[in-house]
Write a protein that binds this ligand. Structure first.
Ligand code: NAP
Length: 499
């Protein structure tokens, strides 16, 4: 990995690498925390096996030297194979994207399978990052589920180290993106009662130091630790400090009631995070999440980042367009959305293609294609795309406001508004898969080629729609009159903007 790619790594770890201990398994590697932890372990010389549910060629580039194992934790037999020859296994799996009704049972099942597979393979230890909260109080389904996972993992013979954290502050974290976008969107912010609940936020950097630190400190085996930053704040105060750092004036209007679900639904329109996740997280904000057990400081001691510094760092990374992992890297709710165009049993029946010829080179054309979406918008028909995104949001879909991880760089699996990069061949092709709510599956493919006998490049866009139902067919024909206008316009703009 180059210097730039590595610049998010922690250089001031409190412990010494011990790569001789054996193979380390990182589950949830495609997620926010797992995606940050894996390069740290690799950089420290560990032999790392990452566990992902869907493979992507981009993973080999992102984690050079790591062994990639494709398995779903709900598949018991697959998990057993993934644990073969493993010394320590990180449990960073989280099914929150399934929504409140489904994630609890999926998370328990995944934890049970993980514990059994670890036992069968005599894994030395499991390390789990869960959530803070007092088990004796009425916890939100999200926090309760995090506790249940810890209890489930601990039922076996394999010693489990549990780290319990509250809100994690870092570029790309869902909680941070919600707070930041609320602060940016509302000069006058109504604050329900739960925004006055106490919380102990922690910087992502410090979480990674703890995750690596416990692996490298034998005394932590089988123990549970609360981890938190230097301050105890409430969510209102956290937003006020963030407004200060952003140089924004924000007036807080305290409300005397809670209205969590409606608040989460309405505010999800102003943040890139879909309602399904804002609801889970805001429900959790009703519970006090502060560190009660401070034992971690006796075994792992280092200077923790104050809240203000953690947000300043997160904002700097965003401004410098250097976000390493983002909450949206994990797959969306319906896992079948991960089905690739080439994996369909038959090619989609509904397709449409538009092309133009240009004398411009393929490199600038491809660069221009890769800039679509996010804050630059979809070039000309922005209003239509935004309207489509709003409709998607109203139905609890992902909408367009997820934006992009980076504006200069695009990799497979990256999100672009309500699309995901399925395939990418530099200077040739970009294939996007739709993750919006649709009566079918849709793809958008941009291609650059050179027609025979001509010293010109052909820039094309092709839309694919796979549907079986009547509603899907109606949907396709309803939007057909707009295809020419939208798609021809996109490639025209891509061509014009390429330099
Ligand atoms: N992020 C925070 O602010 C925060 C705060 C406190 C505690 N934590 C804890 O940290 C842990 C990791 O959180 P995160 O933020 O990294 O979550 P995340 O970004 O949502 O990632 C979740 C990961 O779990 C994987 N996963 C879900 N279901 C799976 C299954 N059935 N089989 C295999 N993999 C599965 C996902 O893989 P796919 O890509 O295939 O979906 C993804 O890699 C969680 O236990 C969470 O409670 C996080």
């Amino acid at each position: 990995m180059g210097q730039e790619a590595n610049n998010f790594l922690c250089t001031d770890m409190p412990t010494t690498p011990r790569p001789g201990m054996g193979r380390i398994l990182v589950s949830g590697a495609s997620g926010y925390i797992g995606g940050r932890l894996t390069p740290e372990l690799l950089a420290r010389g560990y032999s790392v096996r990452v566990m992902v549910r869907a493979d992507s060629p981009e993973y080999k580039e992102r984690w050079p030297g790591a062994e990639i194992h494709v398995v779903d934790a709900l598949d018991k037999e697959g998990l057993k194979k993934a644990m073969e020859g493993v010394y320590a296994a990180y449990y960073l799996i989280h099914s929150m994207l399934l929504g409140t009704k489904k994630f609890e049972s999926a998370d328990i099942q995944a934890a049970r399978n993980f514990r059994e597979a670890a036992e069968e393979n005599n894994v030395g230890r499991i390390i789990y990052l869960g959530g803070l909260g007092d088990i004796n109080t009425r916890l939100s389904p999200h926090l309760r589920s995090r506790m249940q996972v810890a209890a489930e993992l601990r039922k076996g013979r394999t010693p489990v180290t549990v780290l319990r954290a509250a809100v994690i502050i870092g570029s790309g974290s869902a909680s941070f993106e919600i707070i930041k976008n609320l602060v940016k969107a509302f000069p006058v912010l109504p604050c329900p009662t739960w925004t006055r609940t106490q919380c102990q936020p922690i910087a992502i950097r410090d979480v990674i130091k703890y995750l690596v630190g416990v692996l490298e400190t034998d005394e932590t085996t089988g123990k549970s630790f609360d981890i938190g930053g230097t301050e105890i704040l409430n969510y209102q105060k956290m937003m006020q400090i963030l407004a200060q750092v952003l140089g924004k004036r924000m007036i807080v209007v305290p409300l005397p009631f809670s209205i969590t679900r409606i608040y989460a639904y309405v505010t999800s329109f102003f943040t890139p995070v879909p309602a399904r996740i804002t609801m889970c997280l805001m429900e959790g904000c009703k519970n006090e999440v502060i560190c009660k057990n401070r034992d971690i400081h006796e075994v792992l001691s280092f200077q923790l980042l104050p809240y203000k510094e953690a947000i300043a760092r997160a904002i700097t990374r965003e401004e410098q367009d250097r976000i390493h992992t983002r909450w949206s890297d994990a797959y969306p709710p319906a896992h079948e959305l991960a089905i690739k165009l080439r994996e369909l049993p038959q090619p989609p029946r509904y397709t449409t293609r538009y092309s133009l010829l240009t004398s411009k080179d393929s490199a600038p054309l491809f660069q221009s294609i890769c800039r679509i979406g996010g804050k630059h918008g979809w070039f000309n028909s922005n209003l239509l795309w935004r309207l489509r995104g709003m409709i998607d949001r109203m139905f609890m879909g992902v909408g367009t406001s997820r934006g992009r991880r980076s504006y200069s760089d695009l990799r497979i699996n990256d999100v672009i508004d309500f699309w995901r990069v399925e395939d990418l061949k530099p200077k040739e092709m970009l294939l996007l898969r739709a993750e919006m709510i649709l009566p079918g599956k849709a793809w958008l493919k941009f291609e650059i080629d050179s027609p025979e006998g001509k010293d010109l490049r052909r820039l094309s866009v092709e839309a694919f729609f796979d549907t079986r139902g009547l509603f899907g067919k109606i949907y396709w024909y309803m939007f057909m009159p707009f295809h020419r206008f939208i798609f021809y316009d996109i490639i025209n703009q891509i061509e014009k903007r390429s330099q």
